[in-house]
Design a protein around this ligand. Sequence first.
Ligand SMILES: Cc1cc2nc3c(=O)[nH]c(=O)nc-3n(C[C@H](O)[C@H](O)[C@H](O)COP(=O)(O)OP(=O)(O)OC[C@H]3O[C@@H](n4cnc5c(N)ncnc54)[C@H](O)[C@@H]3O)c2cc1C
Ligand code: SF4
Length: 510
Amino acid sequence: MRRLYVILGDQLDHKSLIFDDVDKQQDCFWMAEVKEEATHVWSHKQRIALFLSAMRHFAESLKQRDLPLHYLTLNDHDYSSLADALGATIKEHNPESIWLVRPGDYRVFKSIAEACEARGVELKQLHDQHFLSTPSEFKQWANGKKQLRLEYWYRELRKKYHILMEDDKHPLGGKWNYDQSNRKSFNKDGPQNIPKTIDWEADEITTEVITLVNNNYPDHPGELEQLEWPVTPEQAQQALDRFLDECLQNFGDYQDAMWTDEPFLNHSLISSSLNLKLLHPLDVINAAETYHREKGAPLAAVEGFIRQILGWREYVRGLYWLNMPDWLEMNGLQASNDLPDFYWTGETDMNCLHQSIKQTLKYGYAHHIQRLMVTGLFSLIYGVKPKQIHEWYLAVYVDAVEWVELPNTLGMSQYVDNGIMASKPYAASGNYINKMSNYCKDCRYKPNEAIGDNACPFTTLFWDFLDKHESDFANNPRMGFMLKNLRRKSDEDLEQIKKQAAAFRENTNK
Ligand SMILES: Cc1cc2nc3c(=O)[nH]c(=O)nc-3n(C[C@H](O)[C@H](O)[C@H](O)COP(=O)(O)OP(=O)(O)OC[C@H]3O[C@@H](n4cnc5c(N)ncnc54)[C@H](O)[C@@H]3O)c2cc1C
Ligand code: SF4
């Protein structure tokens, strides 16, 4: 064998550079389903099924293209990890070199590199052209900067790809960012006419995978009667078209809003398709821009959507490679509590958490503000150990792959790095959740109370968190307002809050 081309489960990109120089007589593609990828974190059944079904569909399409493929199916081998499986194939076929598009995860990259080294075979790495920037471009941009703020990276990429631009220098509409117009909450009648999501009919491959996952991983979190997510590029395109036609119009306004029993609202639901590489981000961005230029979709909505993909998605990837593996070990706020058990069941009387976790267990999905300002916020102010909350997010969302999950969890949401990613911790009391949702209406707690039987645990923990970290945040100008409010509290109230927070922590995992 001349070359063995490794394709990982989140590299299902038909336009990948890996197809550029193949000699069908001497080379072979290689894909493997291995236990470790489903179990290194306690993976949601929807997440495992999505990866397996999408991989098997991709393998089918390689066969249709008449490309040679060595595919290891989960129950047909005993290798527990990718490295073991690859090592065995190398031993059997003795390829001159292994070719691989740069993996998304540091862990996977390291284990494949080690497997190649152990067998003495050369590993060649290809650029992942699914992304719109490279880790080295990001590193160059970051070099010498005191603070790496999304906004400036996003502007670089807007200019580079000429997205929503008037000319080479000026943004369309005169403003780079419409974030301020994208923070509305629903009025008391709630969201109206939320478009239906697509019911994906399971074909033979998906049906088989659902049975396999339910049999192999019965105690894993989540429900899996049907798979709720696109598994082919065609389905991913359908999901995108549904979003552009039916949701984009209202995406901006209510991007941050939450509502009982409305898990999806106007969100695009394309993150898993993007992360598996079933959709290319530039195609998504160009399509959204066309909806503004030709079909009248509001600029604020379109800019808000494009910023998530061209801005946040590329920015978190750049930060990931800049800060790994150190990021995984950071714990700047010395958080030391175990993740509450209800994160795995949703069984809690805090309605916001109950709603967000229940839908997570059902679909493997929660939208950004539920992740950041409900489950993430609670973990931050409760003080969950960073590795535990990181592993929870990596396990329970169908779009979870480490390069995007880790910066969002450890950097943005848990502030473990004291500000590499976020300029301040996303800390808030229950009043924020009350403003952005109707969750508090059906909750036994009162969001504006910090002390007493009805006190909202978010509000109690928020003041306790600020008090505990007052000196950590003292020099952060963005925390000035919160700290001023903290200092207005009487000593007696603060004492009560601290006692109530301690008792709450003590009772939580009992
Ligand atoms: C603690 C935490 C963990 C997260 N973990 C993941 C993860 O594992 N995988 C993941 O793809 N996203 C993650 N996100 C980002 C974001 O929540 C999801 O991308 C989004 O909710 C996916 O739903 P959607 O496709 O309907 O997105 P939309 O709200 O419709 O947004 C459109 C697209 O923009 C991109 N995007 C939006 N926000 C971000 C962001 N902060 N970082 C990177 N890309 C973004 C996604 O590709 C998304 O599909 C996380 C956010 C937080 C706060
Ligand atoms: S009152 Fe507090 S715990 Fe209850 S839903 Fe509101 S924010 Fe959540």
